[in-house]
Design a protein around this ligand. Sequence first.
Ligand SMILES: N[C@@H](CCC(=O)N[C@@H](CS)C(=O)NCC(=O)O)C(=O)O
Length: 373
Amino acid sequence: MGNKYTVYKSDISYFSGKLEAYLRYKEIPHTLVDCDSKVMQMIAGKTGTAKMPAIEMDSGQWLCDTTPMMQWLEEKHPNPPIYPQDPALRFVALLIEDYGDEWLWRPAMWWRWVPKTSRTTLGRRIAASMVSKSLAIPLGAYVARRQLNEWLWKDGVDSNNSLDVRDMFFRELEFLEPLLQDQQFMLGSHPSAADFGYFGSMFRHFGNDPISAEVMRREGPNTYEWLARMWNARHSKLNQSIDWVWPEADYWKPLLQRIAKDYLPYLHQNALAFSQGKKRFDYRGDSLAFIGTVTTDYRVWCRQELQREFSQLNTEDQQRLEQLFTPAGGISSLHQDGVIDSGLDQHFQLPVDPQSINHTPTLAQKLFGQPRN
Ligand SMILES: N[C@@H](CCC(=O)N[C@@H](CS)C(=O)NCC(=O)O)C(=O)O
């Protein structure tokens, strides 16, 4: 009998690493297919977007975008759950997953594309896998330039904040080290959505790319060990009963603060810019500013999802969350200006039926891809 899921991925892709670790942990049978540019076009035709990872199912339906994908898969393969049963802790897990996915993207791009050794290596590797080995050198230079511009220089990173973006990685290691020295996984004895959210950047970027991997080995040995633990985690090898831990230990403070004072304000400012029809906006947070950063509809949807989750909690659980975050600056930015609709609810309804997709890529998309996560 064939496998039920065909996973289109790349071994240097942030979100492919996240999804693959999830499937491995849950021991969900799947077949892996490496993406090249033809496969990417095929995915775009089936799902509407040239993005990986994507899953094709025997039914002919597709799954895309790792956060909704994992929620969908959890319904089909519920044991063991990656979302804690405690509704307030489930919210924390989802919030951290989102933070890992979206907030760590920028420093991951910095460490891959700014240091020259990394830029050259990764540019060639992508060009070779996407197009052809014989074109790796010239095309690699083009790929590197595209990534540098698209994700950094044209997205709010400049000479004023470039080193702050670099240092976001160090701040993460400072937070993760005591936590991962203390426990096996971020929220306790088993991997949760929070671990998978962090895994994308940590495994396929920071722990993989030539310069940042060395930094991690030196400055973040517990994090380095956790990467291997996550990659090799199989639920059948772990204890049946799960011990989840409420994130109140002192070492959580830096992350809770960044979420309260940087990430949630970013989501709010992005959503506000979206509602005003602005293609770019000046993000100003507690420790960072991104002037002229690109407004993304996907992150408006992420915020809407978090608001939806929060609104479904009972008053007591909402209060527990408010109390957890109060010393870190509070979560009022999650609620500020209410729900701003991304209009993407329908788009993220899974599974995707390719019959319903009418994808006609522009010439620019055909030539240069579709860079937006
Ligand atoms: N929100 C999506 C993001 C997927 C994504 O951004 N994938 C990147 C690779 S890690 C991609 O395919 N980018 C295509 C491009 O840059 O053209 C998810 O969670 O899967």
